[in-house]
Design a protein around this ligand. Structure first.
Ligand code: SAJ
Length: 423
């Protein structure tokens, strides 16, 4: 193997598992983060993020002696950039972290090195932005060093499995760069490795997440329509999905996370005149928290001073990630309605900063409230048995905005039950 020394920039949800996986496969890895707290924490065995299995992977990587954590890049044969690409309030891609990571590689870049960008980026970022920055080293991309784009497509909650098993796309700025990327990732990737050019690989990543966003948007819109026509959206979707060529996703409180709720905007920003469908789907999903609160008001009347316990704050089930979470948006909207809100997020009990009571256990969350509002289908909540719940709570109203509970079970023990997409 040509690449024995690797430097991974960005110790987040993608960079940290990637660095550890290379390290446990025998490579010498430096994991870099500009946040001193993260660096210090990892050096002392403390993780700043939760992902199933990650704690023991980090420990194995550290114990192997192959992983070191630093706040600046070290000389290496391959550099991987896995830093965040957030969006601004104006829905434009913020590429500052990518640019600054690329700049920080310049002093260490040598002839024969490989640089891979993994961060989700607008089309042409590798060619038009990263290459010119790296060429400030005096070396020429494609001639002196190799440059590729390889998007990570792992699902939060299943990252450690998918990082190894998924098909991986590697787009080189030329064929040699793509082949070099394949050589690097073959160390641990068991899925197929597909080679293409850098801009195609960027588009592939954006297309995948945009496709999912649009599909969730139509499921959400079907829930709105079902509400209007007094149809059970869940039943209708289930029946429609028996058609051999139909696979409608689930309506929910909205689309969160740092991926699907962000990436489609990169296409809209890059080509607003030819992406109306992508734009509209984003708006439909972004508006879903409002729909949730309006539905609650319609069914339950004014929410002022109502004691509501919101279960779950993360952007989806069984993870700790609160980024762009629709559940948080809903809690904020409930506060605007002057509801008295208690929140309980088992994966991050102190995750919400605002005028709410944050409970430390399900028992504490339920004990004194009027309405139980399920926002995230964490296993701890979906396995809650209504017979048990009714003994723990003063509430007699249960509202399910993510499809985690069955109406009959709650009604049977005496709760008034409301569910998104059900009349
Ligand atoms: N959601 C629904 N209804 C559904 C499915 C999801 O409302 O039927 C919501 C979830 O609750 C969540 C949001 O959509 O708020 C996104 O969740 P997700 O599980 O669909 O996806 P992410 O954001 O966790 O991960 C996605 C994945 N992309 C695709 O499935 C195409 C993952 O493979 C990517 O690696 C990841 O984005 C990323 O990093 O880009």
């Amino acid at each position: 193997m040509k690449y024995q020394k690797i430097c991974v920039l960005g110790m987040g949800y993608i960079g940290l598992p990637t660095a550890c996986t290379f390290a446990t496969h025998g490579m010498q890895v430096t994991g870099v983060d500009i946040n001193q707290e993260i660096v210090h924490g990892l050096q002392n065995g403390h993780l700043h993020i939760y992902e199933p299995g990650l704690r023991s992977l980090v420990k194995s990587a550290m114990d192997s002696g192959n992983l070191s954590i630093s706040n600046s890049p070290q000389p290496a044969e391959a550099f991987i950039i896995a830093v965040p690409t957030p969006i601004t309030d104006e829905k434009n891609a913020d590429l500052e972290a990518v640019k600054s990571a690329a700049h920080s590689i310049i002093p260490h870049l040598r002839t024969g090195n490989l640089v891979v960008l993994e961060s989700t980026s607008p089309p042409r970022t590798t060619v038009d932005i990263v290459a010119p920055i790296l060429e400030k080293s005096g070396l020429k991309a494609g001639t002196d060093f190799m440059l590729a784009y390889s998007p990570e497509r792992v699902l939060p909650g299943k990252i450690l499995e998918e990082i190894v098993q998924n098909t991986r796309v590697i787009g080189g700025i030329d064929e040699r760069s793509a082949a070099a990327g394949k050589e690097l990732y073959s160390v641990f990737v068991k899925g197929d490795i597909l080679l293409t050019n850098a801009t195609t690989a960027e588009m592939v990543k954006l297309m995948e997440n945009t496709y999912r966003d649009i599909n969730i948007a139509i499921a959400n819109e079907f829930a709105h329509l079902a509400d209007r026509f007094e149809v059970d959206a869940w039943e209708a979707i289930q029946i429609a999905n028996r058609h051999p060529r139909v696979n409608i996703l689930n309506p929910g409180p909205g689309v969160g996370g740092h991926c699907i709720s962000v990436d489609p905007w990169f296409l809209v920003e890059a080509a607003p005149d030819i992406s109306p469908l992508v734009h509209t789907a984003r708006e439909v999903n972004d508006d879903q928290p409002h729909f949730v609160v309006e539905t609650m008001k319609k069914k339950l009347g004014s929410l002022e001073n109502r004691k509501i316990t919101a279960l779950g704050l993360s952007y989806k089930a069984n993870i700790d990630d609160l980024r762009e979470s629709p559940a948080i948006e809903i809690v904020k909207l409930l506060l605007e309605e002057h509801a008295a809100v208690t929140v309980y997020e088992p994966y991050k009990p102190d995750g919400f900063h605002g005028h709410v009571k944050a409970a430390n256990s399900l028992k504490e969350a339920l004990q004194d409230c009027e309405i139980i509002l399920l926002l995230v289908a964490h296993q701890e909540f979906t396995t809650l048995i209504p017979q048990d719940a009714i003994k723990l709570t003063t509430a007699r109203i249960a509202v399910d905005m993510c499809g985690g509970w069955q109406r009959k079970n709650w009604e049977d023990v005496g709760f008034d039950f409301y569910k998104l997409g059900q009349p």
